[in-house]
Design a protein around this ligand. Structure first.
Ligand code: TRP
Length: 329
């Protein structure tokens, strides 16, 4: 069985794009693989959150994961900072990570531009921490977006380098997990690219119904088609793509037909779209709210996750220490 590992930095709330792009696939994935889902709270220290923000974001992501249907019995769901074997592997991997390759990493160069007053060593070694996350369970597959592919490539470099230096075949080469055909890209509401974290572009799973209605009604449109059967401009196409994901095929065809015959009323389309989004998000939002109030449950899940994660991590660290040459007297 493949070992699949997914990590998320606890910043912001999950939106519909995360739901269709990741969560729905995770639910399926956990039936067929040995899955690890973890919250990368050490990684978020590279941008210096306040203690309240740090804890609040971790709690929120954990609640959202559980609310979406990740099952702590089937999978290992844990918080990075609960597993001390990860920073230990990070330290060891750093010894064979070279300044040049870390400095050349695109995400590091981006961060220098974004926070020039806080170019800390954690940013520079972000890829080795991520490699430690992945290699600590000797993972085979990692579901990542385009922006994380270089980090995964560096993980393979570190894994291969370790194997070569110590003349072992210990770490497998982790590859990106592709959901293929099933991957639905969810566009945002502001007429530009895909759904993101900003309030005027994203619908969050935790949004209440009024907020969702308001956001959808505000979505960017235009003055409507003037000729039949014309291709849709980006902003309009985005609404239809969203509709394809959340509404029934009949509803989609109905509005598509209206568009193609120049009878479309965007107000009607948006009203329908909002209601169909609400149908999907409402049960999840209610779950999130319930779980957020249940500290006892959250504590139990986090504890169980940490125990399971440490079981696997301890074995790896024991092997790695032996391979490197640490010996007991
Ligand atoms: N860097 C990832 C992101 O920003 C989060 C992450 C940290 C991660 N460690 C990981 C993802 C390990 C996959 C595997 O999205």
């Amino acid at each position: 069985m493949d070992i699949v590992l997914s990590g998320i930095r606890p910043t912001g709330k999950l939106h519909l794009g995360n739901y269709f792009g990741a969560m729905k696939n995770f639910i399926k994935m956990q039936e067929e693989n040995t899955c690890f889902f973890f919250i990368a709270d050490y990684h978020s220290l590279t941008t210096h959150p306040t203690p309240e923000d740090l804890h609040g974001s971790v709690k929120h992501v954990l609640a959202e994961y559980l609310a979406c249907g990740l099952d702590p019995e089937k999978s290992t769901i844990y918080i990075q900072s609960d597993v001390p074997e990860i920073p230990e592997l990070y330290l060891l991997l750093n010894m064979n990570a070279y300044m040049g390759e870390l400095e050349r990493c695109t995400s590091f160069k981006d961060m220098i531009r974004k926070q020039p007053d806080n170019v800390n060593a954690g940013l520079l070694t972000y890829p080795t921490l991520m490699a430690a996350d992945i290699l600590i369970h000797r993972s085979h597959k990692v579901p990542v977006g385009k922006d994380q592919e270089q980090h995964l490539e560096m993980t393979r470099t570190f894994a291969n380098r370790f194997n070569r230096i110590y003349n072992v075949n210990y770490f497998p080469e982790p590859v990106a997990y592709n959901f293929g055909e099933e991957l639905v890209k969810i566009p945002g509401l502001d007429g530009t690219g895909k759904m993101g974290k900003s309030e005027d572009n994203g619908v969050f799973l935790a949004d209440d119904v009024d907020t969702i209605r308001k956001k959808v009604m505000r979505a960017v449109t235009d003055s409507g088609p003037t000729e039949p059967n014309q291709p849709k401009p980006d902003a309009i196409q985005n609404l239809f793509t969203l509709m394809k994901a959340v509404s029934t095929p009949d509803t989609y065809s109905f509005f598509d037909e209206k568009y193609n015959t120049c009878q479309i009323r965007y107000g009607d389309l948006k009203k329908q779209l909002a209601e169909d989004i609400i149908k999907i998000t409402s049960p999840i939002r209610e779950n999130i709210e319930g779980i957020l109030e249940d500290n006892e449950y959250l504590r139990k899940v986090a504890k169980m996750g940490a125990e399971k994660a440490r079981e696997s991590a301890t074995m790896t660290i024991r092997d790695v220490r032996r391979i490197i040459g640490f010996r007991q007297f």
